[in-house]
Design a protein around this ligand. Sequence first.
Ligand SMILES: Cc1cc2nc3c(=O)[nH]c(=O)nc-3n(C[C@H](O)[C@H](O)[C@H](O)COP(=O)(O)OP(=O)(O)OC[C@H]3O[C@@H](n4cnc5c(N)ncnc54)[C@H](O)[C@@H]3O)c2cc1C
Length: 431
Amino acid sequence: MIDSGVDRVVPVLSVLPEDRVLVGESARDWARGRSNGPGWMPGDPEVPVIVFPASVEEVSALVRVANEKGMRLLPAGLGSWLGGGGWTHARDVIVSCVRLNAVEHYEPADLTLTAGAGLGMTELDGVLRPNGQWLPMDAPGADAGTVGGLVACGVSGAMQGRYGAVRDNVLGIDVVTGAGRMLRIGGRVVKNVAGYDLVRLFTGSRGSLGIITSVSVRLFPRPETDVTLCYAGRAAEMAALAHAMCTSSLPVAAVGLEAGNGDTICTARLLGSAGEVEEARSRLIDNAGQEPRRIVRDDESALLHRERAAWEEGSALVVRLAALPDRLADTFERARVLAGALGGGVAADALRGAVRVKASPDAGRDEDIVRALSRARGEMEEAGGSMTLSQARGKVAARVGWAGGRGSAPALGARIKELFDPASVLASRCP
Ligand SMILES: Cc1cc2nc3c(=O)[nH]c(=O)nc-3n(C[C@H](O)[C@H](O)[C@H](O)COP(=O)(O)OP(=O)(O)OC[C@H]3O[C@@H](n4cnc5c(N)ncnc54)[C@H](O)[C@@H]3O)c2cc1C
């Protein structure tokens, strides 16, 4: 590593004009203001540096300088999730792609779009809305980030069952690898893969293999009607209802479960034409054998699901429990027990069998938290599932581990990283 002081900025300034470099307190403020969790981490350099390249050539020049000077770069979008997941090592410079935010190609008739990786998801929605289209990727926190960050994280949301996962809807990407190669992978208008599907490899690579500069995605017609049925009752009853909704033949876009103090809430989201939604709504109510506590429509329904995707925002401790969807009732119950120990709440995406637990700010002593988390992981693994931390304080994460036993995955990841980033100039390890 080169000097950890302000001298580190000098090579970077040879690439970018001064007004696209933040140093010291202003960089710290940028990271602190945006990141869910500690934007700047223990072990990071004393003088943080954030740069904002505005072209692929600038990204490429930064990677070249990093290779020459032995600097570590952390690719970023809006920096909304830099503290999450525990996958980054100490970094010298954060490379935010927010200046690479142009819509490069949009063909509404083909339902495809290519944009700079730094285009915000909210801005993207603003471009698509007038054409009655959308990119229905509702990953946790996705609204707060960029399209490149969405692809880099590769995590999908509650509507995956209806629209597919992020990796299914990325048609192509442009990327500058850690070795400095500029690659154009996949296509702009159709999924265009011969040989290894590198688009899938980069989707979810979390900035470990390259800096994504541009992304081509498949779009969908925005549904005419958006209706959510909200049921409330005891946890076991609501978990059974959610399971029945997931396994019915009705076109349910998302099924959620949420528990905190009081009743457990089960929500079912229906999207489509007014006729389709009305038909599904009445059959769903017949199948459930009870009237929902309330029904919300259109903007109110969309807002409810946006809030659900942002449900964990600002929490210092967030845990994910995952198992096959048909084990939902068990997973949800384990999550409730864990949430009880942490004084927090539970939200489940029933179609995927994924359950999130967030702790209350005063979750208790570290020893108690570590014990509760370790017990939950043991139980999940014994039942064939997994428990991962997605947000945690350094001390708790170090004692519990971000992920449990992952077999040969880390070794395989390290070999893939070596191919694309041989000098390890990118600060993230391969997931
Ligand atoms: C509250 C909350 C909870 C979240 N939970 C999860 C979760 O559990 N799992 C998960 O995977 N994601 C999670 N995310 C991430 C989320 O799904 C978004 O996709 C992400 O926030 C993107 O935001 P961003 O553009 O600001 O990326 P950043 O926060 O800037 O970066 C996020 C990650 O993507 C990489 N990255 C960003 N842009 C690029 C690029 N152009 N090229 C290469 N790498 C890049 C970064 O290196 C980093 O590893 C969460 C986000 C929030 C706010």
